[in-house]
Design a protein around this ligand. Structure first.
Ligand code: SAH
Length: 204
């Protein structure tokens, strides 16, 4: 993959959730946003080793890391239905690229696992349905990887900053994005709405 744009274009061709489960807050990271932060991590030399994709969904983040040369990507996802799509996306990758790194898929609740990696990446559920689940992801990441990247609702940042410092972790970079909200009624043409999201890079 020789540019951020090429990465975004390839990621945009992957399959999205076909029947997203609302209670699991399944939402695929927009491909341009995934490419944007993965490219920066790659340029920093942070994607060379083992990458942990927490709540992997259809795999867009971990697959992006594989495309950028990760030695190994560990996908953790508790919904076995969505892993069918992740595996199809892996096949698309393998059909298009040689010399990809290793990978492992773990079908379990993240909080029941204990996996260490060089970097963790995650677009966790935002905690709209299951309060503070995003914080549980963030805590897991800070314990299991020295560097982690995760997306959070910008409106929760004040709360998260306090918890992150209580964990003894440090926010070393913050980037702001807007995620388009899924249209509930696609037949009604209305203005696209966005949600403010912040990417936190955390080191421990
Ligand atoms: N990382 C993907 C998916 C984000 S949606 C992307 O960026 O596109 C969040 C994902 O986390 C969903 O697929 C959901 O099923 C999964 N998830 C939610 N709670 C989880 C848990 N406790 N353990 C593992 N996966 C979980």
């Amino acid at each position: 993959m020789n540019s951020k744009k090429a990465l975004a274009v390839f990621l945009s061709k992957l399959q999205d959730f076909n029947k997203p489960k609302v209670y699991l807050e399944q939402y695929c990271t927009p491909s341009e946003i995934a490419a944007d932060f993965l490219w920066d991590a790659y340029m920093n030399g942070e994607l060379n080793g083992t990458v942990l994709d927490l709540g992997a969904g259809t795999g867009i983040l971990g697959l992006g890391a594989l495309l950028l040369g990760a030695k190994k990507v560990i996908f953790v996802e508790k919904d076995s239905d969505v892993l069918i799509i992740l595996k199809e996306n892996l096949t698309i990758l393998k059909n298009n690229f040689d010399n990809l790194g290793d990978y492992e898929i773990i079908n379990d609740d993240l909080l029941m696992t204990d996996i260490e990696a060089d970097v963790a990446i995650s677009n966790p559920p935002f905690g709209t349905r299951n309060k503070h689940v995003d914080l549980a992801f963030l805590e897991y990441a800070s314990i299991h990887a020295p560097v982690s990247y995760s997306f959070h609702k910008t409106s929760t940042l004040t709360f998260l900053r306090t918890r992150i410092s209580q964990l003894g972790a440090t926010i070393i970079q913050e980037k702001h994005y807007q995620f388009p909200l899924r249209q509930k009624l696609p037949q009604h043409k209305k203005k696209i709405e966005y949600i403010d999201v912040s990417l936190l890079k955390i080191s421990t």
